[in-house]
Design a protein around this ligand. Structure first.
Ligand SMILES: [Zn+2]
Ligand SMILES: [Zn+2]
Length: 856
């Protein structure tokens, strides 16, 4: 689509667009739709006009009247046409003009806008095309619908239209900015969106209607109904069939048969659905049975192989009975990489979900998104016009935190189109109260791009600011630019990366400048409505400051924020303001109640210290018995990652901890209450842990008279009356770098000799892959009693020694996403502990950084 000339000055009369230079013959004259508030025109529609065409004609009538004062009558083709007409949609009037409008190629949503003699024609697909044509024509007259409560309808007593002849079709067939601010029916229709969650109805020509929307495997084959008698329908994971928090066995023919029957039932129940989701659950746990693994092998070792073969098999059955229905599936998480052989059928839409992307930068420009671009190109090759994207553009843990991703989305929506994408779900912030950071602006800019990837984004952003913030818009626009620049590559910014639920680094300088701009905006705002919008936008800064104030430190034997009273006051004030703006959620699943529960962790914790000439160890018994700091006194380096103040239940996260699970795959450990024993010394302390299930833990943490190492021993005994399934875990969240820059993780490796005699030296960051991952070593591949995390460039090394007979698995997880971190996890065997029985897990952690001659 061509970028169209927009009206620059909105007063007085309007001469629209340059003349069409087509063909011979006399130059056509401009049309004068209204003159000084009077009009000779009627709006003409068919007596059989679709509901959306009727809506289009009424909207045209409404807005022309608002602009010019002229009320144009609407006539239907059963009446006799007289005088000048604006023909809206296909009709007898239009037929009589004998124009060549290519309705067949316009589809449901495309349209033509054309002047013909004294008439103006706006006609397209009957479902939504004609209606979209009306809104596009009104945009040409300068109308904008920025937000549900903020529009721009210019005053134009005289409306002149230069000769026009153009055709438009949307850049994407599915267009959904998923924000509370984008749900409104009128806003969505006027901005030409057709998303599944929007309150669009028959009057707006419906929408793309999913049913169900996503993660439907357990809805297809409910474990509650089938698991007991048919565990074989479900994923075989880690040695057994699992009916929860996993997937389906996709090579079982009965699973296919039942799934097809269920999809047919859904289509009958919800005939309005245009696309049915047959998609993996929001867990890991793909099936590892022999058949599923064989299919993965045949498909180049991809987990997407079994998924797509299964989805195709469902889609083939659906196509026979319901040829107009589409089947949706995901390329998400473990299935993001495309399969080697199988290709989606024409009625399948694959939604690739780049959840691991750096969201700060255009994907083609960020080193951490190389793998995403590789997946995208590969999917584009195999999907043949059936590729959708589930894009992430919000901080799902912190709806109000500043989130500078506008450069990214302005570049990536057009980038997707160039890579064959035909549908975009832009996952943003949706909650009862809405009000996520820049929700209205994002919705608007996305809508502009989703219709036309050539839109002038800068102009859209400026126009939005002018309408939304009035006199305060220069200051608010300056704040917007300041914020986006935080992540710009040098020299404009520091080039911070920003992943799903992580935050860029906001400097003190940024905060000071931002606050200054907000003061200026408040001072310049012309009325209460604008002042309120400015104040609401400023909540993002308040939130940022609150998060900063939360940061804990050890002082005088206590672990707490610098000023606990101040943090509590900030929190209360923030919550009451957020409520006053109607906000209901501060993150996904984080209503005020959950937020209060998280904030309840913000208090003082007694700290016990172990210290020798080389090492300072701080332990907080009330924070799950964790070691919270392990500082090499000679360098000041903490071997443990400081916990992220923005993490839920902060500061009860990270550190060196000991946990009890019922299974290796359990999502949560058993709750343990730790108490400090009285006989602690400055080199050794003991904790007793009591577990609800009747398990008693005795743990000692010990340091030598000198040296930067820690020895831990933990005994677990069943002191209850019933057997307990237990797997013990010792978890050390190591700090692999000296500074916070993600690039500092480039040289970090895991090094060990396996029990099979093989030497493993695994570099954690692979430029071809997502910069985060995990690895489990079991059986003979386990380290032979010792493994190390090494960072040769920084001269850092962490050695974890253990008793081979006690350790069943070694698990490592790494990533620079929230912080540079490497989690080293030891698991005991998983055992059913009978009453009176006990087991133990010991672990040593040595942070003596003397690797490769690097002097610590
Ligand atoms: Zn299977
Ligand atoms: Zn980046």
């Amino acid at each position: 689509m061509q970028r169209r000339n927009f009206l620059k000055t909105l007063g007085g009369s309007l001469a629209l667009l340059k003349p069409v230079g087509a063909g011979a013959g006399p130059t056509p004259k401009p049309l004068e739709l209204t003159r000084n508030g009077q009009s000779t025109y009627s709006i003409a529609i068919s007596r059989d006009a679709s509901l959306s065409e009727k809506r289009g004609s009424e909207e045209l009538q409404r807005f022309i009247e608002q602009m010019s004062g002229a009320h144009l009558p609407i006539v239907t083709d059963e009446q006799k046409a007289r005088g000048n007409l604006i023909l809206v949609g296909k009709s007898g009037f239009l037929d009589s003009l004998r124009l060549q409008i290519p309705f067949a190629s316009l589809g449901a949503e495309g349209f033509a806008i054309k002047t013909a003699g004294n008439h103006l024609v706006i006609a397209g697909g009957r479902q939504r095309g004609t209606m979209y044509g009306v809104y596009t024509f009104l945009e040409k007259l300068g109308c904008r619908w920025f937000a549900t409560d903020v529009s721009r309808i210019p005053k134009l007593p005289t409306i002149t239209v230069q000769p026009l002849d153009e055709i438009q079709k949307p850049a994407f067939e599915y267009r959904e900015p998923f924000f509370s601010e984008a749900m409104d029916r009128d806003w969505a229709a006027r901005n030409k969106m057709n998303g599944a969650h929007m309150y669009l109805d028959a009057s707006t020509g419906g929408k793309i209607q999913y049913y169900p929307f996503v993660h439907s495997f357990y809805a297809l084959i409910p474990p509650g109904k089938y698991f007991k008698d048919h565990p074989e329908y479900f994923s075989f994971v880690d040695g057994r069939r699992r009916g929860e928090a996993a997937q389906l066995c996709l090579t079982n023919p009965d699973v296919l048969r039942l799934a097809v029957a269920q999809v047919f039932e859904w289509i009958q129940q919800r005939p309005e659905a245009t696309i049915v989701s047959v998609s993996q659950n929001d867990y890991w746990g793909w099936c590892e049975c022999e058949n599923c693994l064989r299919v993965e092998q045949e498909e180049g070792g991809t987990h997407s192989g079994p998924v797509l073969r299964f989805v195709n098999a469902v889609a083939a059955e659906v196509a026979k009975k319901y040829p107009d229905k589409l089947i949706d599936t995901l390329a998400y998480s473990y299935s993001e990489a495309p399969p080697a052989k199988v290709r989606p059928l024409p009625n399948v839409r694959v939604r690739m979900c780049p959840i691991g992307a750096c969201q700060a930068h255009p994907y083609e420009k960020c080193r951490y998104d190389t793998y995403i671009m590789n997946h995208l190109r590969a999917w584009n090759k195999v999907t043949d016009g059936g590729l959708y994207i589930w894009h992430y553009n919000a901080d799902f843990s912190h709806y109000l935190r500043p989130f500078p991703d506008f450069h990214e989305l302005a570049a990536d929506i057009p980038m997707y189109r160039r890579h064959g994408v035909v549908g975009l779900f832009m996952q943003g912030i949706v909650s009862r109260g809405g009000g996520g950071e820049n929700g209205a602006l994002r919705s608007y800019v996305m809508a502009r791009l989703l219709w036309d990837t050539n839109t002038d984004v800068r102009q859209d952003i400026e126009e939005f600011h002018q309408a939304f913030y009035g006199q305060a818009s220069p200051a608010m626009l300056a704040y917007f630019d300041l914020l986006q620049c935080v992540v710009s590559f040098p020299p404009a910014g520091k080039g911070d990366h920003c992943w799903c639920c992580s935050s860029p680094h906001f400097s003190d300088d940024f905060l000071a400048q931002a606050k200054q701009l907000f003061s200026q905006a408040q001072a310049e705002a012309e009325d209460e409505a604008v002042r309120k919008r400015v104040r609401q936008a400023q909540l993002s800064l308040d939130y940022l400051e609150l998060m900063r104030a939360k940061k804990f430190a050890v002082r005088n034997g206590v672990y707490a924020p610098a000023d606990l009273t101040d943090v509590r006051n900030r929190y209360q004030s923030f919550i009451s303001q957020a409520k006053a703006f109607g906000i209901t959620d501060l993150g996904e699943g984080l209503g005020f109640e959950e937020e209060n529960q998280n904030f309840a962790y913000v208090k003082s914790y007694a700290v016990k210290t172990l210290e020798n000439p080389s090492l300072l160890l701080h332990i907080a018994p009330d924070l799950s018995g964790r070691v919270i700091q392990m500082i090499d006194k000679r360098t000041g380096q903490d071997a443990l990652v400081p916990p992220d103040p923005e993490a839920p239940s902060y500061p009860d996260v990270a550190g060196l901890g000991f946990f009890v699970y019922e299974d290796y795959l359990s999502s949560k450990p058993l709750e343990v209450k730790w108490e400090l024993d009285a006989d602690s010394t400055s080199f050794r302390l003991a904790l007793t842990g009591t577990c609800a299930k009747g398990l008693k833990l005795i743990r000692t943490i010990q340091i030598p008279a000198d040296g930067a190492s820690v020895h831990t021993e933990t005994h677990a005994q069943n002191v209850g009356n019933a057997a307990i399934d237990v797997a013990l875990q010792s978890r050390f969240i190591a700090n692999p770098t000296k500074g916070p820059a993600p690039e500092e993780m480039d040289d970090v490796s895991i090094v060990f000799s396996g029990q099979d005699g093989k030497t493993i030296e695994k570099k954690l960051i692979d430029p071809a892959l997502e910069p985060a991952g995990s690895e489990t070593y079991t059986g003979q591949s386990r380290p032979d009693g010792e493994w190390r995390m090494v960072n040769p460039r920084a001269g850092l090394m962490l050695t974890n020694r253990f008793t081979k007979a006690q350790v069943e698995r070694c698990f490592v997880r790494w990533g620079p996403k929230n912080q540079n971190a490497v989690g080293l996890v030891l698991w005991s065997e998983k055992r059913r502990l009978e009453p009176g029985e006990s087991m133990r897990l010991d672990a040593d952690y040595d942070a003596d950084y003397k690797l490769g001659g690097a002097q610590a």
